[in-house]
Design a protein around this ligand. Sequence first.
Ligand SMILES: [Zn+2]
Length: 239
Amino acid sequence: MAKGAEAMLADLVAANRILGREGILDAYGHVSARDAGDAGDGFFLSRARAPQLVEEADLLEFSLAGEPLAGSAQPLYLERYIHAAIYAARPDVGAVCHSHTPSILPFSVSLTPLRSVIHSARFIGTGVPVWDLAREFPGEWSPLVRSLRYGQSLAAALGDGGIVLLRGHGAVVVGRGPQEVVGRCIAMDRNARVQETAHRLGEYTPLHERECEDPRDPGPPLARDNREWEYFMRRAGLL
Ligand SMILES: [Zn+2]
């Protein structure tokens, strides 16, 4: 296996552990990744397991149709089609996280839209889409994104952005790789808490549009080192 792919798998295991440790994912939710040089072929995702417990041996390779390449007798995440459809639609995406993070759930059902309110969550932007399965598929009452066509509809709602909310369900965050998606998920959680508190205090000022990231050209991260990754690796017991 290429060195880049090995590093990607190690980062994907760490992303699972960190997102579990930080309360972004609990028993449910999942994070996937693919090799940057491999866009178009497939992606890696754990078998159905709580993310904080995931080890490298749990990772399976999936096709862009959401099925395991080598076949598997093990239970799989029912919502793996979220990942498959987004990778198929977005060559720029190297990692995807689907979460049911408690802080984000109010914004999936409220008329108050999620906005970037803190500098570290500039990727959220000014117009976060909220995808509603019942509205997109009238008469189909599925609590889960358990088919490729549901996943494709969700990927279309995401568009070229970094985040989409699922009404009464959770969020999907994408990034160029596992480290970026972990940073974004943690920033998403902080942003949601700050916005909810600020909303209770009264009027508040979200980031201006030009302070937010351009999803087509997000640029380099704010820090020029790996302080954040090292910090969360240590907190997850991986360093
Ligand atoms: Zn879900």
